[in-house]
Design a protein around this ligand. Structure first.
Ligand SMILES: Nc1ncnc2c1ncn2[C@@H]1O[C@H](COP(=O)(O)OP(=O)(O)OP(=O)(O)O)[C@@H](O)[C@H]1O
Length: 353
């Protein structure tokens, strides 16, 4: 979808290229995370894709079409762009901010209004509450959501995101990342995303592009970058903690979990499985029986099966529990993950862990 061929940028007055001989292909519908130390050329690369910065050499193809010399304004209307803190126009209402590109494209007023409401809804903001407000009346996280909504307004196939969650507190950032992945599951855009945060790159990226000054050092899926760094630079950049970061790539749905019993009668006859007490809707609320341990006083903590092993570890540490009940969307128990599984070897359904 996005192909960079031999792309180079030398800023006027500079002797060394900010980006040199960059070859990179971003497949349709994938999220590619651009990461690297400060000043390595991530933003320059992103802005060359929508021609806010003109490359000195090389070609950029969008969907097979060379866009290196097409009209920049027209190009940018087909590419969503999200920057840190949303970059909203302070004197425009939220609805008008979202409607900027549709208005330029000549959509009629009613259509723009409906689209703004639809997108506010998509990014989790109630349209009747937010559409007439001004950016200063929104929190940082809310402004960031509007930034994403605005970039999606004219339904561009490509989105460029420059540290969109960079200035947000860690808890809100985590939530915005989850929501963003959820939205991406429905919209399937082709996305180039600049970040400083390796954890964010691992969580969101189908692929990660690791840059050193002006140069692409490795371009691979997150697991490969973490486990097989291409060279010493990437290895140093990834640093320690790769094993912990990999936990966020392991989806609970893929694991072979230990069985959990929820029938009262199973106590004393549970084949060594833990037995949980459930409420009227079938949600586990406390432990009745834990094999080889006293169940009293052991907190029953749960994690949704849509999460990762990282989420499960987080919940266990937070709750001071050596095991966690994995639950489905309705909150019903699907199985158990033990702390010991983490060191003993996690088994996936495909038996490849
Ligand atoms: N307009 C400009 N004129 C001259 N040099 C520039 C310009 N913009 C960026 N540079 C230089 O180009 C290099 C790459 O900058 P760029 O902003 O692309 O890096 P980055 O990886 O996005 O950095 P950061 O993570 O700090 O945002 C830097 O050395 C920077 O100083």
């Amino acid at each position: 979808m996005i192909v960079l061929e031999g792309v180079e940028k030398i800023y006027p007055g500079s002797e060394t290229p900010a980006v040199s001989q960059l070859d990179m292909a971003i497949p349709k519908g994938e999220i590619v995370m651009l990461i690297g130390p400060s000043g390595c050329g991530k933003t320059t690369t992103l802005k060359m894709i929508n021609r806010l910065i003109e490359p000195t050499a090389g070609r950029i193809l969008l969907d097979g079409k060379d866009v290196t010399h097409v009209n920049g304004d027209l190009l940018r209307r087909q590419i969503g762009y999200v920057i840190q803190q949303g970059g909203l126009f302070p004197h425009f209402s939220i609805a008008d901010n979202i409607g900027v590109v549709p208005k330029m494209l000549g959509w009629d007023k009613q259509q723009i209004k409906e689209r703004a409401d639809e997108l506010l809804h998509l990014v989790g903001l109630e349209p009747s509450t937010f559409r007439d407000r001004y950016p200063r009346q929104l929190s940082g996280g809310q402004q960031q959501r509007v930034g994403v909504a605005r970039a999606l307004a004219a339904n561009p196939p490509v989105m460029l995101m420059d540290e969109p969650f960079g200035a947000i507190d860690p808890i809100t950032r985590d939530r915005l990342q989850d929501e963003f992945l959820e939205i991406q599951r429905t919209i399937g855009k082709t996305i180039a995303f600049v970040t400083h945060d390796l954890q964010e790159a691992v969580k969101l990226g189908d692929k990660i592009a690791v840059f050193a000054t002006g140069k692409l050092e490795q371009y691979a899926d997150p697991d490969t970058v973490l486990t097989r760094p291409a060279n010493d630079f990437v290895s140093d950049f990834v640093g320690g903690g790769a094993a912990v970061r990999r936990l966020s790539l392991l989806e609970l749905a893929r694991l072979e979990l230990h069985p959990i019993e929820t029938d009262e009668k199973a106590v004393g006859n549970s084949n060594g499985h833990p037995v949980a007490e459930v409420d009227s809707s079938g949600k586990p609320v406390s432990w009745r029986h834990l094999p080889g341990a006293d169940a009293t006083g052991v907190a029953l903590v749960t994690v949704p099966i849509s999460g990762t092993v990282y989420d499960a570890v987080d919940v266990m540490l937070d709750g001071g529990a050596a095991l966690v009940a994995v639950v489905d969307e309705q909150g019903r128990a699907q199985g158990v993950l033990h702390w010991n599984d983490l060191v003993g070897g996690l088994r996936t359904r495909e038996r490849d862990a």
